[in-house]
Ligand binder design. Sequence first.
Ligand code: NAD
Length: 450
Amino acid sequence: MNLCVIGSGYVGLTAAAALASRGHRVVCVDKDAHKVRSLRQGAVPFYEPGVQEYVARGLRTGSLRFTTELAHGVADADLVFITVGTPADDDGRADLTAVDQVVEGLIEHGPPPKIVVVKSTVPVGTGDGLESRLRRRTGLTWHVVSNPEFLREGSALTDYLHPDRIVIGAASPDAGERVRQLYADFHRPILMVDRRTAELIKYVANGFLAVRISLINEISDFCEQVGVDVREISEGIGLDHRIGPHFLRAGLGYGGSCFPKDVAALISQFREHGARPRILRAAQRVNAKRRRRFLQLVRESVPQLEGATVAVWGLSFKPDTDDLRHAPSLDIVPALQEKGARVRVYDPAVGAAAAEVFPGVYVAASPIDAAVGASAVLVLTEWSEFRHVDLAHVKQVMARPVVIDGRRMFSPDEVHKSGLEYRAPGRGGLPRPAPFPSRAHAPSYPQRSD
Ligand code: NAD
């Protein structure tokens, strides 16, 4: 098919490069002229495994092109994808300015009516409004199909090509079928639903996962009070097939470009319809406290932050991406600096750009370099590279050998073996309370070695 993808960010560029690799001819439109110039040279402006190679291949074969001209991009397209950003506005609502700009552009440039596939995350009912606007203003029969995207940054290409499911929401069966054909050779489950359902599935998926993360974090705080390690709780419940092991890692809470804004937007949609988002609000509140809670743990370990050196391992909101949107580091690094700490940061993907985002930090060349002279190493992102660091070497270069693991990526045993002290949310941040009086009658459990 001839495809036009409007918006060359994490979702748009990944989708475009993946679809070009499947034999489609794809034109990407982006309003950012600098980005388009770079992409024409094959330079991908963000770190996402595999995307650079797919873009290079698409450029080489001519199946992938880039332009700032909407009219040029949509002229011959069978399907037009909208993949522009939908950030939260000040009230938490999804800001649809970019989507509106694209739709106004389509109206203005007047190509023959098209099937418009909305991959951007938009509130329930948005597609209805876009379709009637396009039809009313052009007098032509446009179709708007919702096809929300579930890819995760860090594994965007793999997720796009091998999704758990593909959701297609259309008012017109013919338009829905045309989009379904695009994915026929993906051999993945395809759910055909109505447009509003498709739009809502996306928000509910992220809302559900956010609630799960906040629940395990709330339990993590309780674990500290009763002297239990939340990691063992996660393992113990995660093996239950009704629960499953994912999204049960307690720590710094959720961040990134999607969860915070999508939870906020879902809450605002509830409110607009007079519904009460009690559990979603609770999840949001619990999440908002995670970073402060972590800083409390840091202060317990390094009471005198003024003049102390602190190493930060990981800046991006999750591993395998350089995306800093709503990353915990954005709050934690300045808070440390405010207390007078000297901060040495290391992130495998953010690299030298860290100096611009975090003025005053020392940008280290390696995890060991970051740890030099530090009174604590704070793990803010669970990059797999950190698992291979020689912890004994880390201990040698530090001023005080303390690791504070905000992501629960290390086993306490392995850290202790290297002579380092291990602190982490959900495990003994506070002194253990006296045993319950009934303890003597309770069954005895194996003791943990850590
Ligand atoms: P992004 O900010 O990385 O990219 C958006 C791109 O759109 C930018 O390149 C921007 O220049 C371009 N753009 C903005 N307005 C434009 C216009 N009028 N015309 C042409 N181009 C325009 O955003 P993203 O992370 O790719 O997210 C896009 C959408 O996908 C959002 O709705 C997001 O919620 C959703 N989503 C994101 C992810 C993710 O992991 N990032 C996953 C699933 C869904």
